[in-house]
Design a protein around this ligand. Structure first.
Ligand code: ZN
Length: 127
């Protein structure tokens, strides 16, 4: 099992961006700017989300997990499935996980949450 701690949600920032877009304060080009790598990661490693894209309303919205940390070595800064994340943790690694929402259709992308993944029992149990 994976313990996620230090969880930080970015849903408020996401809501602000969407509100600014709806009121015309920012252009779609500025928020729908996912790079090729991010879109590819969303397609191959992403988990489908049960809500439509907030920008184009296409139903291909996905969530991707990006992992960061010195203990990961060269794997730091790559997209990983939840199964892989569980395996890293089982191997005793501790690292940061970024949960990013990506729409392959219009290239909308936003950080949803960030947390530290660590083996169960090594943290204080805070969720
Ligand atoms: Zn979209």
């Amino acid at each position: 099992m994976v313990d996620f701690h230090g969880h930080v949600t970015h849903k408020l920032a996401r809501a602000r961006v969407l509100a600014a877009w709806r009121s015309g304060h920012i252009d779609k080009e500025n928020i729908c700017d996912a790079e090729f790598l991010l879109v590819a990661a969303a397609k191959y490693h992403g988990t489908p989300v049960n809500t439509p894209c907030p920008i184009c309303e296409h139903n291909s919205l996905r969530e991707v997990f990006w992992v960061y940390g010195d203990e990961l070595g060269r794997m730091s800064g790559s997209a990983r499935s939840l199964e892989e994340i569980e395996r890293f943790v089982q191997n005793g690694l501790e690292f940061t996980v970024h949960n990013v929402e990506v729409c392959p259709n219009c290239k909308w992308n936003h950080l949803i949450a960030a947390a530290i993944a660590a083996p169960t029992g090594t943290t204080d149990g805070a969720k």
